[in-house]
Design a protein around this ligand. Structure first.
Ligand SMILES: NC(=O)c1ccc[n+]([C@@H]2O[C@H](COP(=O)([O-])OP(=O)(O)OC[C@H]3O[C@@H](n4cnc5c(N)ncnc54)[C@H](O)[C@@H]3O)[C@@H](O)[C@H]2O)c1
Length: 356
């Protein structure tokens, strides 16, 4: 986004030690922006991902909770950001089934605290700085519920969340909307499909299957494997957020997607085939033989498909990767970064807290 004064554009990014947030932060800092990165460092936060930013004065890491109003107000007063980008969330559907309360606490109550601090800070800005300020909330297509064989989610699709995770994200989206309509806060919301790419926590489908397939272990697939998701390369999600931050119309929501619907079983078989080419198993078995169907997730949405034509038409964004190019690049990244993966799998990524 364009800075109203001569200082480098400053973003307060929340959840910037997580998968998408960290990809976003690495890109933003590389592009010359200054980032204040507020992250609670739950199990999903990983400072290893940000190691290349150590000593870089355009990145300030702060361990803390988005719901800590005193801390957020202090950061806003001290760093005077031009925008807030809210990635911080509990993000894993299976965990939300086991323990929904944490999802409400961070995704709903935490977002409310952040919004109140943003509103108070924005009210204190003047002139061009007030005009330019944005609060961008990063959300998911899962708020729209499940589709049948036909159709796609658009920005006007009614919300119908089915998991505690998506319900908590839907609630936060509504609060963001309400802060615009009630207080005039200049908000933007993006609703994105499933992301994949470097630095994803290996509890999610693609890194999980990659780790297990590399080790020659059984590959669990829920139900009949025919649930469909739209897949987007994480770098393309980050470029969409930057574009919306720069040029999105205040108060609007933008769907972000890769136009890459795949069944889960297709995703798993693609990973198997690519790994068989790159790292054949010692006994010569095809990794597809490792696929094991397991009991379906309760309330498992059948199909998500997202229409991102508003973002493409109005703001000129388009994804740079197809699913085929993105998944191949992702697998190569995981093969080249096994120490990063191993430190997550053995838990040692939590032992060191760099940058504090
Ligand atoms: N992963 C996807 O496919 C996807 C798709 C669409 C939207 N999203 C949304 O994008 C955002 C980021 O997703 P992700 O996959 O990178 O998640 P992630 O779980 O990898 O990272 C979340 C980060 O938020 C931090 N965090 C959690 N609670 C916090 C709190 N109370 N205060 C401060 N920090 C906190 C964690 O430490 C972690 O670093 C989420 O809001 C998610 O709903 C994700």
């Amino acid at each position: 986004m364009n800075s109203p004064s001569s200082h480098a554009t400053t973003l307060l990014v929340t959840g910037g030690a997580g998968f998408i947030g960290a990809n976003f932060v690495l890109q933003a800092v590389a592009d010359g922006l200054r980032v204040v990165n507020l992250d609670k460092l739950t199990y999903a936060g990983n400072l290893d991902t940000l190691a290349s930013l150590q000593g870089n004065d355009r990145h300030v890491f702060v361990q803390g909770d988005i719901g800590d109003r005193a801390l957020v107000a202090k950061l806003l007063a001290e760093y005077r950001p031009d925008a807030i980008v809210n990635f911080a969330a509990e993000s894993h559907v299976d965990r939300s089934i086991d323990g929904p309360a944490e999802f409400v606490q961070t995704n709903v109550v935490g977002t409310l605290g952040l919004l109140e601090c943003a509103r108070d800070y924005w009210r204190g800005l003047e002139g061009a700085a007030r005009e330019a300020f944005r609060f961008l909330h990063v959300s998911t297509d899962e708020v729209y519920g499940s589709l049948g064989d036909e159709g796609q989610f658009t920005e006007t699709t009614a919300y119908a969340p089915n998991s505690p995770y998506s319900a908590s994200k839907a609630a936060s989206d509504h609060l963001v909307r309400a802060f615009h309509h009630t207080y005039g806060l200049p908000v933007l919301t993006t609703n994105c499909s499933n992301n994949y790419g470097p630095y994803q926590f290996p509890e999610k489908l693609i890194p999980l299957v990659t780790a297990k397939a590399l080790a020659g272990e059984a590959l669990p697939v829920y139900g009949d494997g025919l649930n469909i998701r739209d897949w987007l390369f994480v770098g393309d999600h980050c470029s969409a957020i930057r574009r919306v931050l720069d040029a999105g119309r205040v108060g609007e929501t933008y769907n972000v997607g890769g136009n890459a619907e795949r069944t889960n079983i297709t995703v798993v078989k693609t990973i198997c085939a690519l790994l068989d080419q790159r790292r054949p198993l010692a006994d010569g078995r095809a990794r597809e033989s490792l696929i094991t169907y397991v009991k379906d997730r309760p309330g498992h949405d059948r199909r998500y498909a997202i229409d991102s034509s508003k973002l493409q038409r109005e703001l000129g964004w388009k994804p740079s990767q197809t699913f085929e190019s993105g998944i191949a690049a992702t697998l190569d990244w995981y093969l080249d970064h096994q120490p990063w993966v191993q430190r997550v799998l053995d838990g040692s990524y939590r032992m060191e807290r760099l940058g504090q």
